[in-house]
Design a protein. Structure first.
Length: 78
């Protein structure tokens, strides 16, 4: 059995889900009330820590659960 871990970080998940929704950084900022510079900094991994309420708000606007944004995924192949 082979276990494959895919660690997808918040920055990547945020960007992927923003693009899937068809939002620019400007549009996501406007809809969420979170500064464009904050969203850009998260996506560029410039923050070591991001406030939980910020992540929750972004997830709500993108219709993505908190778990989807921050949880490591793994696949098991037999």
């Amino acid at each position: 059995m082979v276990e494959i871990r895919e660690k997808v970080n918040l920055a990547m998940q945020l960007k992927i889900n923003r693009i899937r929704k068809g939002y620019s950084v400007d549009e996501l900022a406007r809809k969420s009330g979170i500064a464009k510079s904050t969203i850009f900094s998260i996506e560029q991994e410039r923050f070591k820590m991001t406030k939980l309420d910020t992540i929750i708000t972004l997830g709500e606007v993108l219709n993505v659960s908190l778990e989807e944004l921050i949880v490591e995924r793994k696949a098991v192949a037999c």
